[in-house]
Design a protein around this ligand. Structure first.
Ligand SMILES: *[C@@H]1O[C@H](CO)[C@@H](O)[C@H](O)[C@H]1NC(C)=O
Ligand SMILES: *[C@@H]1O[C@H](CO)[C@@H](O)[C@H](O)[C@H]1NC(C)=O
Ligand SMILES: *[C@@H]1O[C@H](CO)[C@@H](O)[C@H](O)[C@H]1NC(C)=O
Ligand SMILES: *[C@@H]1O[C@H](CO)[C@@H](O)[C@H](O)[C@H]1NC(C)=O
Ligand SMILES: *[C@@H]1O[C@H](CO)[C@@H](O)[C@H](O)[C@H]1NC(C)=O
Length: 495
């Protein structure tokens, strides 16, 4: 039983079903999770396609210089960022160094997931004549936990890095709290789970860079949802909950922390998009993909990829799956369980992209938390997301990245009241079927326009063309925020 759930859960984690099932199983104490003990057979197969690691701390400076040229340029005024040098004992990937082939050989190793500067193993473009969906370079089997590494590698090439903290508008802290948290089994006690990141925060707040503004000009990324960083349990309940109390500590409260999902009722961090599979290196590649998403035939009215929860603990999700099964001609689905080949579909980025590319709407019922990586994958494929909870919506989560209100249309998703679905007052198929072709096309166009803002460029190369991606937008917003904070404004989490 334990082993069975172990495997299943780890697969789901990879396959964009997001953190929900893991967290759920973790709550049930089914298994010990350690990122460094992943077991994804899929990665094993792909490993041959991966290229050398570029995700080490050691290589950072030499690596940054080669294509960063515009330093000290006037366009950098107010945009300088100082990247903190982290003490090597806090480097979570110090074992992953170029040339240590034994680490790449370990199919369970986090190093494999972190290859290609965090993008993961490259997906081979389908041969011409093949009907494979991925027809260009720039696609990777990107792990959902990889944003800390991707972000760090983008920062290394950020055009306005400075060596002088005093002249910077913000200080970037390249520590990976999500990877650190993944090392701990859920059964670990509070000392084990909170200890290492606590030690890091003590080190951080003892730095001279911190002293200047009490850390309020510092920012960092955590590749987790806010819920995993705000564990609230009584001491006797410790076993069985997985997170830590990172965001409850004093230091992160002064910093700008970026996570995958914020608590919209009590914000302490800012949500940024999950990384999807597409990491282009030119705006031409993005336009070509947008054209592809626009032109794709979409035989399914709606699609869903995800699994049921044991014992009907997420009724809406059960209802979504039942609806899908009941109208096989209108709904494309990967059940993400071993039945009907669902698991295989969920394991394959190509199959998932193909599914979302052939549906008009993509259903996003909540999992253990509200935001799903699948929502981003759907948008990248030009599929209009359908949300069932306000905390799942881009408008509430991706306040920097998604159109807000009707400012720029904002008509790119559908919201269905989950109670109405559960009480049988509305039928998902009927609601979605009411949209005319023209209405769907208009919404899809908004979705397609949003693609650049939700993807992360390939951090390894200089991007050809002008396009702001999720990273560029996040940096601009972080800088706008820290500049105001340094001016003495008390912003809270308004922006
Ligand atoms: C927590 O767990 C570690 C490792 O199992 C153990 O050494 C330590 O004594 C535990 N601490 C507490 C407070 O129980
Ligand atoms: C957070 O910022 C406030 C205001 O600058 C400062 O008084 C406090 O010491 C800072 N907290 C930490 C942990 O440094
Ligand atoms: C689900 O149901 C099975 C069988 O009835 C039971 O053994 C298991 O503990 C239940 N799990 C939860 C989470 O309720
Ligand atoms: C949004 O649209 C409504 C109805 O079209 C309009 O009344 C309202 O002023 C708009 N709000 C903004 C912020 O544009
Ligand atoms: C959004 O699009 C739908 C379908 O085209 C339309 O019925 C609705 O009025 C639009 N809403 C806004 C605010 O534009």
């Amino acid at each position: 039983m334990e082993a069975h759930y172990h495997n299943k859960c780890l697969l789901y984690a990879l396959l964009l079903v997001g953190s929900w099932i893991c967290s759920f199983l973790l709550h049930l104490q089914f298994f010990h999770l350690s990122l460094l003990r992943y077991s994804f057979p899929y990665y094993h197969r792909l490993r041959a396609a991966s290229v050398p690691l570029e995700a080490t701390f050691a290589s950072s400076h030499a690596f940054a210089q080669d294509f960063t040229s515009s330093r000290r340029s006037p366009s950098c005024d107010g945009r300088y960022v100082y990247m903190l040098d982290i003490h090597p004992r806090f480097d979570l990937l110090n074992a992953c160094v170029d040339g240590s082939s034994s680490l790449l050989e370990d199919e369970h190793g986090a190093c494999v997931l972190m290859s290609n500067a965090g993008l993961g193993p490259a997906l081979a473009p389908a041969a011409s004549g093949d009907d494979g969906v991925i027809s260009s370079n720039g696609w990777f089997n990107t792990n959902q936990y990889s944003l800390e590494v991707i972000f760090h590698n983008r920062m290394r090439h950020y055009e306005c890095l400075t060596d002088d903290p005093a002249s910077s508008s913000a200080v970037y802290v390249p520590y990976y709290p999500g990877l650190e948290l993944n090392r701990h089994a859920c059964e670990a006690n509070a000392t084990e789970r909170d200890g290492p990141s606590g030690e890091f925060l003590r080190w951080l707040s003892s730095r001279p860079e911190w002293a200047a503004h009490g850390g309020r000009d510092h920012f960092m990324v955590v590749a987790k949802t806010t819920w995993m960083l705000r564990r609230r349990v009584q001491p006797d309940e410790e076993a069985g909950s997985c997170g830590n109390r990172f965001l409850d500590r004093a230091e992160p409260r002064n910093m700008t922390v970026l996570t995958y999902e914020s608590n919209i009722w009590d914000r302490r961090d800012m949500a940024v998009p999950y990384p999807s599979y597409f990491h282009p290196s030119s705006s031409g590649a993005v336009s070509a993909w947008q054209a592809r998403a626009r032109a794709a035939p979409r035989p399914w009215l709606f699609a869903f990829a995800g699994a049921r929860r044991p014992n009907g603990t997420l009724l809406l999700r059960d209802r979504v799956i039942d609806t899908c099964v009941s109208v096989p001609a209108r709904c494309g689905m990967f059940g993400c369980d071993s039945q009907r080949g669902g698991l295989e579909g969920c394991r394959s980025p190509e199959k998932l992209v193909a599914l979302f590319l052939s549906a008009r709407f993509c259903l996003q019922p909540r999992g253990d938390s509200f935001m799903r990586r699948s929502s981003v994958d759907a948008v990248i494929a030009g599929c209009v997301p359908v949300f069932f909870h306000e905390a799942s919506t881009f408008e509430k989560q991706y306040r920097w990245h998604a159109p807000q209100g009707n400012k720029s249309g904002g008509n790119y998703s559908v919201f269905i009241d989950p109670d109405d679905v559960l009480q049988g007052k509305v039928d998902i198929e009927e609601v979605l079927g009411r949209y005319t072709d023209e209405e769907v096309a208009a919404m899809r166009e908004e979705v397609i326009r949003m693609i650049p803002r939700l993807l992360y460029k390939d951090p390894r190369v200089r991007f050809q063309g002008h396009m702001s991606d999720a990273f560029d937008i996040a940096i601009d917003e972080v800088l706008a925020r820290t500049r105001r904070i340094k001016n003495g404004e008390d912003l809270g989490w308004q922006i």
